[in-house]
Design a protein around this ligand. Structure first.
Ligand code: ADP
Ligand code: MG
Length: 686
């Protein structure tokens, strides 16, 4: 027997069971063995009947005294009831709707029963619906950590356990790519041991070690792909932008503020990177409001001085427009730097609208230095003359497919890549997704910023909050009110932006101008509203989480987040970052859908934590690596994402690096190498 043996050859697998197994994606022994339990029932505690206590989950070894099937008064309900005993005493067991049990168990038969002990009355304990297993040398369903599988009708857990156990006993080839010597050196389990452990562990540690080996196997080709890709880029070389220190000084001197030390360091590191013929792979992370834009501008300036181009990708139109406005302003006295904008609905150069064709022509001939755009920018292949720097703002918002622009978007050499993010990525995850990328952290906030006062507010005090907004508006400030959904679905009690807008503009704040902003709005409406808000012609902006990213309105001082418990920590942090960008004290109020969320621990932590890095780590702890891989749009669909741990990531990264340095020693890893090369083909995590 081996992995490709058909399940139809297994004992007791008839046509019906085979087709049911097929529905679970199982046709071969390999697929069966890789159908891992998603949890385990801990029936490893064994006890004698006289020692049983209410609430205990145990396995007992007992003999059947009597057993009979009964019908209840209610129609259709039947149950079996048995008394079982051991040397120390006896106990009653009841099973509902399992009439066949009474027939299959015989008096005096030796069995195991596993389940949770309940109280029948003041004198007697009882087992309700315990798992039954007939006595044998090796128990699979009781007396141990019992595997629980995703199952469907006809493929019961007991059936799966029996089948899998049979295969584990009979399989002779395990297809482990690593020799047992090597795997020992790596401090991992052999594949056969790992798979056995996962199905029938002796301890929780067995489960952990089994998962580690499986996760390692799954991660290794992915890790290797990232490194292969990285090497290919290094080998391809890149454009060099001259490190013109004088130009940087002139530019910085004209800014209306002094750069923070971390801004200076980041700009310097980037400037150094892009002056080299090796493509940069750098992540610029900094909390919202830490001033990442000006750092990007410095890099773009250097490129333009060497007649090289920069592309800046933004995830939303609002953000692209805002970057465009900021860049026009920053380069107002550097007229030689030409700036273009391309979105689905508009294209313009240096502040004047133009046709898309005209814009692209200019970009292609090198007459535009910095081209800012949304996804529309991605659709234009080969639209640059010399693209030397690619900036991806809020990079986690872009999927891998979009990053394939890197491959298609340039004709000669790969651009230096600057990924920008306000949602910090834990170090290990960054390493695994982007290879050996370098990181610039803007840990320092521009001086004078105050922490945003954050509070969870009961719905009862809603009026107080509205009054507070009113006061702030009278002081000349502005407010955001964020709602989770646009339209109220029947089932949801969430505040809908549109309804909220109606209510607030007509009833609550009739004396002020209230605006509405949401994702699916027409672009013109969006940019109009954004503009009015920027000019303080709108004082209160009702919005969905579209404002989560990037948008900069320093005059806003209050943000209310409705249904706050529905947002992730990282997202809440982004939202809070919309205020507190100016010098005045700002406020963030979290309203919850029901009172019961008032002491939501997560929200309470959030009111006291202002460090984006810390919040990102908490998010990771709650969600796990596998989930984060998914949400980062990594493009890797792991079969066992829940098995991924930091240890598995580090281990697979270490081995992948070793393979890159000593490829000849690893020629035997045929499957891993093949997969890695396939991944590398369409992976663009760079
Ligand atoms: P983010 O990192 O969220 O992209 P921005 O680059 O939009 O932040 O900057 C937020 C605000 O802070 C902008 O109004 C910007 O002009 C301002 N800013 C940036 N750097 C500094 C600084 N060193 N001192 C004071 N204000 C700054
Ligand atoms: Mg930004």
């Amino acid at each position: 027997m081996n992995f490709s043996t058909k399940v139809t050859t297994l004992p007791k697998v008839g046509v019906k069971l085979a087709s049911a197994l097929k529905q679970l994606g199982i046709t071969t022994v390999g697929e069966l063995l890789y159908h891992f339990p998603y949890k385990y029932l801990d029936f490893s505690n064994t006890a004698q009947i006289s020692d049983l206590e209410e609430g205990q989950t145990v396995t007992i070894s007992a003999q059947v005294d009597k057993i009979k099937a009964q019908r209840a008064f209610k129609k259709g309900l039947s149950f079996s009831i048995a008394t079982v005993y051991d040397q120390t005493g006896s106990i009653e067991a009841v099973w509902f709707n399992q009439p066949y049990l009474a027939k299959s168990l015989k008096t005096e038969e030796q069995i195991y029963l596993a389940g949770t002990v309940t109280r029948k009355n003041s004198r007697q304990l009882q087992l309700v619906n315990p798992v039954v297993e007939k006595f044998s040398e090796q128990s699979l369903h009781t007396g141990r950590l019992v595997p629980v599988y995703h199952s469907i009708e006809l493929v019961y857990n007991k059936t799966l356990r029996n089948l899998i156990h049979h295969c584990l006993q009979n399989i002779t080839k395990w297809d482990d790519e690593f020799s047992s010597k090597k795997i020992k050196q790596l401090n991992l389990l052999g594949l056969s041991e790992a798979i056995k452990n996962l199905h029938f562990p002796e301890s929780w540690q067995d489960v952990e070690h089994g998962r580690l080996r499986i996760a390692f196997n799954e991660l290794l080709p992915q890790q290797l792909a990232v490194l292969i890709k990285e090497k290919a880029l290094r080998d391809a070389g890149s454009f060099e932008a001259k490190l013109d220190v004088e130009a940087i000084k002139t530019f910085v001197a004209k800014l209306p503020f002094t750069l923070t030390n971390s801004q200076k360091k980041a700009a310097w590191d980037i400037a150094n990177n892009i002056s080299q013929p090796v493509p940069m792979n750098r992540l610029l992370q900094g909390d919202v409001g830490s001033g990442k834009t000006v750092v990007i501008a410095i890099a773009a300036l250097l490129a333009s001085l060497s007649k090289l181009q920069t592309a800046i990708l933004a995830p939303t139109e609002i953000l692209a427009n805002q970057h465009y406005a900021t860049f026009l302003e920053l380069f107002r006295t550097f007229k030689k730097v030409k700036i273009g904008l391309i979105t689905r609905n508009s294209s313009s150069v240096d502040g004047s609208e133009t046709t898309k064709a005209e814009l692209l022509k200019k970009a292609k001939s090198g007459k535009i230095d910095v081209l800012i755009g949304t996804h529309s920018l991605l659709q234009e292949k080969n639209s640059f003359n010399k693209l030397a720097l690619l900036v991806i703002d809020e990079q986690h918002r872009f999927g891998v497919a979009q990053r394939s622009f890197l491959k298609e978007g340039y004709s000669n050499k790969p651009p230096h890549l600057l990924s920008v993010s306000a949602t910090p990525i834990p170090r290990t995850l960054a390493l695994s997704l982007y290879g050996n990328l370098q990181v610039s952290d803007l840990k320092q906030m521009p001086s004078g910023r105050k922490l945003v006062i954050t509070k969870v507010v009961p719905d009862l005090e809603r009026d107080k909050i509205y009054h507070f907004i009113s006061q702030q508006v009278q002081m000349g400030r502005q407010a955001f009110i964020v709602t989770p959904r646009v339209e109220d679905s029947e089932k949801s009690e969430l505040k809908a932006a549109k309804q909220e807008f109606e209510l607030l503009s007509k009833k609550v704040f009739p004396q002020y101008k209230v605006g509405l902003l949401y994702g699916k709005q027409k672009a013109k409406e969006k940019s109009e509203t954004t503009k009015l808000f920027a000019e303080n012609k709108i004082q209160i902006l009702v919005a969905t989480s579209v404002i989560e990213i990037g948008v900069d309105f320093p005059n806003a001082s209050v943000i209310i987040i409705e249904g706050a418990e529905r947002f992730g920590l990282a997202q809440l942090h982004q939202l809070r970052g919309r205020v507190g960008r100016g010098l005045s004290q700002s406020y963030c109020f979290l309203l919850t859908t029901t009172e019961s969320h008032q002491d939501n621990e997560r929200l309470q932590t959030f009111t006291k934590t202002f460090d984006g890095f810390k919040l990102a780590e908490d998010d990771l702890k709650q969600r796990g690596y596998g989930d984060l891989f998914g949400s980062m749009q990594s493009g890797f669909n792991f079969k066992f994402p829940k098995f991924i741990t930091e240890t598995a990531l580090l281990k697979s990264h270490e081995v992948a690096s070793e393979i890159m340095t000593h490829p000849e020693e690893y020629k035997g890893l045929k499957r891993t190498l093949k997969l890695a090369n396939e991944f590398a083909e369409d992976y663009h995590g760079e």
